[in-house]
Design a protein. Structure first.
Length: 257
């Protein structure tokens, strides 16, 4: 576990203003749990209101467009989410890759412009069940990572490792209640770490946090967070209730140093 675990909630396409009470409850509890860094990525429509509502936790977006501005109906740029109060953006989530045909190249371009705008990045990667069954999970995920990371990350990491977080989320574990074994998570996170060290050197590559995501719940969080090189969790369904999400945050608080 990294020095300060990072627990991030991804609300996906869930939440209207009535959900702000959950964000407030998460924020108030997190103020007493400084050992863990807590953040939420609500839908675009709630970024500003969440930013106004909370004092302690980070607020981020779930996506942004690669362009700076212009004729892209319905799209939102990195500068816009920053202006709304977001400090980070989740990019390359498998639901974006699947539902919107986002390729590694598109994810790389988005990462590049989000970094240029001053956002921190949570870059997602993960294999399908088919790829895992074929014994190609590590090769696929590390390849996806290499192809999704722009060259500008190297210089950004010089000014702070928090610029980049990687989230490993096996597609077959998202929203299914199924999770990989701790041994499989450890092996994958070690492979991701080796790739980051190769790309960015020992110091910077070792300082990037790698989150696990996919069916993290209060009752499995301790086990999943104890896998090698796991620096926190990216949480979907269980982040929609303050009670469940805080159960995961508490598991991170209680991890042995
Ligand atoms: P889940 O989603 O926790 O609902 O499985 C995780 C994610 O997609 O980030």
């Amino acid at each position: 576990m990294a020095e300060r675990p990072y627990i991030v909630g991804n609300w996906k396409m869930n939440g209207t203003r009535s959900m702000l009470s959950e964000a407030r409850a998460i924020d108030r509890a997190s103020q007493r749990l400084m050992k863990v860094e807590v953040a939420l990525a609500p839908p675009f429509t709630l970024i500003h209101a969440t930013h106004k509502e909370v004092e302690q936790i980070g607020v981020g977006a779930q996506d942004c467009h690669a362009g700076e501005e212009g004729a892209h109906t319905g799209d939102i740029s990195a500068a816009m989410v920053l202006d709304a109060g977001a400090k980070f953006v989740i990019l390359g989530h498998s639901e974006r890759r699947q539902d919107h045909g986002e390729t590694n190249e598109i994810v790389r371009d988005k990462t590049e412009s989000a970094l240029a705008a001053g956002l921190r990045i949570i870059l997602c990667c993960g294999e399908s069940e088919e790829t895992r069954d074929a014994g190609k999970a590590e090769e696929f995920v590390t390849g996806q990572l290499r192809a999704s990371l722009p060259a500008s990350v190297a210089a950004m990491l010089e000014s702070g490792p928090e610029t980049l977080t990687v989230a490993y989320e096996p597609i077959w574990a998202i929203g299914t209640g199924r999770t990989p074994t701790v041994a499989d998570i450890s092996a994958m996170h070690r492979a991701i770490r080796a790739t980051l060290v190769e790309l960015y050197g020992e110091d910077n590559g070792s300082a990037v946090r790698i989150l696990y995501g996919g069916s993290v719940k209060p009752d499995n969080a301790t086990e999943l967070l104890s896998a090698d090189e796991v620096g926190g969790a990216l949480v979907g369904g269980a982040s929609l209730s303050a009670e469940n999400f805080l159960g995961i945050v508490m598991a991170a608080v209680d991890l042995p140093e």
